[in-house]
Write a new protein. Structure first.
Length: 254
């Protein structure tokens, strides 16, 4: 287990170094994108790629055949199960749970209903919310439940695995470098400052992020338990997608 943690830390350091090194040249080629946006996307792409490579390597060690049906089944994508039913059941559960919270906040404050409510805005936010929900659901559930949680539950007691995976899931949502000032002509040094900036919320804003951390921790635990219960990632993907959809879509009305 210790060696896995060391490998994980080493890979994350490598990802940050590669992202710092590549952000400046990529920004010169793609100036239409924000410097910090390119940096953050590189972190995300490299992290997901590393997770896929790690899972694939473990699969090959066990005598697997690469990206075959068995690979996807072992990592939560079992298409022989009623995956569509699981996804939509999760989607409905996630979206209704968030909708309940929104309605509660409108009735008892501090939220209020928008005026006017525009049909064009509703349609636009609906499709954007659906797209965002599905993409975020698939990517984050593969990484946090299909990768991180699967590794932990093989090495630790299941309760400890749920707690650690949920804490890690919650913590990653507060790595925010948006407060870092980026000059008009950014350089390698600015990319390095962005990497350090990820830690700023934990140093200066810990008292503000604590309540959100608890909420995301509970949500992460629910996603872990739904994965354990269904033995499929499609249920947590649906719950996650439904919650993200409701959060995005709510702005049409409140």
């Amino acid at each position: 287990m210790i060696s896995k943690i060391v490998q994980f830390i080493a890979v994350m350091i490598l990802i940050f170094v590669a992202s710092v090194y590549l952000t400046s040249p990529l920004h010169s080629v793609l100036p239409m994108f924000k410097f910090e946006q390119i940096f953050n996307r590189l972190i995300m792409v490299f992290t997901i790629a590393a997770a896929v490579i790690f899972v694939l390597r473990e699969q090959l060690k066990e005598g697997g055949t690469g990206f075959g049906r068995e690979f996807w089944r072992k990592n939560g994508f079992d298409f022989s199960a009623p995956w569509q039913k699981l996804f939509w059941y999760g989607f409905l559960s996630g979206s209704l749970a968030v909708a309940f919270i929104i309605v509660w906040q409108v009735v008892f404050g501090p939220r209020y209903v928008r005026s006017p409510i525009l049909l064009q805005d509703i349609v636009e936010r609906f499709f954007k919310g659906m797209l965002s929900g599905v993409v975020v659901g698939i990517v984050e559930e593969f990484f946090f439940r299909g990768f991180i949680f699967n590794i932990l539950k093989k090495k630790l007691h299941i309760v400890l695995a749920v707690l650690l995976a949920s804490a890690f899931y919650s913590l990653t949502h507060f790595f925010d470098n948006g407060q870092i000032f980026i000059p008009k002509n950014p350089s390698f040094g600015d990319a390095f400052r962005l990497s350090i900036g990820y830690l700023e919320p934990f140093v200066n804003q810990w008292h503000k992020i604590y309540p959100q951390f608890i909420g995301l921790f509970i949500f992460g635990a629910i996603l872990c338990l739904s994965y354990l219960r269904s033995k499929s990632l499609f249920l947590p993907i649906g719950i996650h997608a439904g919650a993200v959809f409701a959060i995005k879509f709510q702005h049409s009305f409140v």
